[in-house]
Design a protein around this ligand. Structure first.
Ligand code: FES
Length: 185
């Protein structure tokens, strides 16, 4: 089975009537809430995985057995779903997640060149992390900015008409904030 880059299920189900993430501070609480709200029908596995990643930032591998038991699935089946979709992370996210749009309109407006530039600038490939672990580079498929392509997100903030120079400026801004906050400590 080949990998997919995005889960076909929206997070809407997992977010429905969800308490704020700040109210659920532990993985235990997050999982208990998801299990209670979404039940144990196997078609709710993806919404639970989405909900866990949305609230915790990733899906801790050590919680796979518990999730599998809840859905009466094998660990291998749950692991297979998590690894099939590149969207799911099995480790905490980097401080700064950059998602580059890889869909058609952005491709026609230079997204491939922007990706090559981003990989060179960050020193990592798609799905990878910069050497210092600050930046993660991920694909995304259409951000609703097709008329202003190419587009990307930085920690979910959307930026359109992104040239390589603008990409560098955005990354430098983040690095400056990081340095200033370190100096302030
Ligand atoms: S294709 Fe990139 S924003 Fe729509």
């Amino acid at each position: 089975m080949s990998s997919a880059t995005a889960s076909p299920v929206s997070t809407a189900a997992a977010k429905a009537a969800a308490p704020s993430a700040t109210a659920l501070t532990t993985i235990d609480a997050i999982l208990a809430d998801l299990f209670a709200r979404l039940g144990n029908r196997q078609d709710q596995l993806l919404p639970v995985l989405h909900g866990l990643q949305d609230s915790a930032g990733y899906i801790p591998p050590e919680r796979v057995p518990e999730i599998a038991q809840h859905f009466n699935l094998s660990r291998a089946e749950v692991h297979g779903v998590i690894t099939f979709y590149h969207y799911f992370r099995s480790e905490p996210p980097p401080r700064c997640v950059i998602q580059l749009c890889r869909a058609e309109a952005c491709q026609s407006m230079g997204a491939d060149g922007l990706l090559e530039h981003a990989e060179r600038a960050l020193g990592c490939s798609l799905h990878g992390r910069s050497a210092d672990g600050t930046f993660g580079l991920e694909p995304v498929y259409c951000l609703g900015q097709c008329a202003s392509a190419p587009a990307l997100t930085i920690n979910e903030a959307v930026f359109a008409r992104v040239t390589p120079a603008r990409f560098d400026a955005l990354v430098a801004d983040i690095a400056n904030v990081d340095n200033n906050s370190r100096e302030a400590v």
